[in-house]
Write a protein that binds this ligand. Structure first.
Ligand SMILES: NC(=O)c1ccc[n+]([C@@H]2O[C@H](COP(=O)([O-])OP(=O)(O)OC[C@H]3O[C@@H](n4cnc5c(N)ncnc54)[C@H](OP(=O)(O)O)[C@@H]3O)[C@@H](O)[C@H]2O)c1
Length: 205
């Protein structure tokens, strides 16, 4: 059962990770998915205790709704702990964090954002299951910047003012190195909103 952040399970998961990694300290310990059947005070108690014991440095979350983020952040703040990171799905093919409050809460709480599946699991590269209009738009912007669609898709995720850290999923060292080029493709507002409109499949209001 992966959704168990109860005090015993969360502590045991952390200690098991320490054992598997062969370390006595984890710099950043992130709760992968929220367990809605554990009270946030209990999660906060456990994370604060693990931190006080030196087993973890910073704590983070992943796949939490904005309200879940806010609630756990408030509980942790009472214990003197800040949520360092939130890891969320975001790409030109998955825009939810732009408008569902995910990025807003992260910015308000000064939580660093980490983006998973920035290439929609590779679909923005292969084009599989992605609208032709979005692919054409990415290709067009890529031509303007003399780069490729993959780089523009990564640059799009970097363009948000929350300044996300992009978790690139490639297992290919050459592609990982190439991904760094996205940091040098500053998309302007026109590019970014063109991608948003193409992804939504309708013009902006
Ligand atoms: N917190 C969470 O719930 C959660 C969920 C999912 C993932 N994650 C994390 O986020 C990371 C990134 O997610 P993701 O793997 O979905 O990321 P992604 O970067 O969107 O997709 C990675 C896929 O794209 C392919 N790809 C990348 N560049 C390519 C290129 N130039 N040409 C063709 N294919 C290319 C990769 O294949 P190759 O390996 O062959 O390059 C790989 O299959 C994961 O590794 C994981 O650590 C977290």
């Amino acid at each position: 059962m992966p959704y168990n952040s109860g005090p015993a399970a969360l502590r045991q998961a952390c200690e098991a990770s320490l054992g598997r990694l062969g370390v006595d300290h984890i710099d950043l310990y992130q709760v992968h998915r929220p367990d809605v059947f554990t009270h946030p005070d209990d999660v906060a108690d456990t994370l604060a205790a693990l931190r006080a014991e030196g087993k973890v440095g910073e704590v983070g979350i992943s796949n939490h709704t904005p309200a879940q983020h806010d609630t756990l952040a408030a509980a942790l703040a009472e214990r003197g702990v800040q949520i360092a990171t939130t890891q969320v799905e975001y790409s030109a093919a998955h825009l939810d964090p732009l408008r569902d409050g995910t990025f807003d809460v992260a910015m308000r709480r000064r939580t660093a954002v980490m983006v998973w599946s920035p290439l929609a699991g590779g679909r923005l590269v292969t084009g599989h299951g992605v609208s032709p209009d979005l692919l054409d738009t990415l290709d067009d912007i890529a031509a303007t910047h003399r780069t490729d669609r993959t780089t523009v898709a990564l640059a799009f995720t970097l363009a948000h003012p929350c300044r996300p850290v992009v978790v690139v999923g490639s297992q290919d060292p050459g592609r990982l190195a190439a991904a760094a080029a996205a940091m040098h493709v500053p998309l302007d507002r026109t590019d970014a909103y063109r991608i948003v409109a193409a992804a939504q499949g309708e013009p902006l209001p």
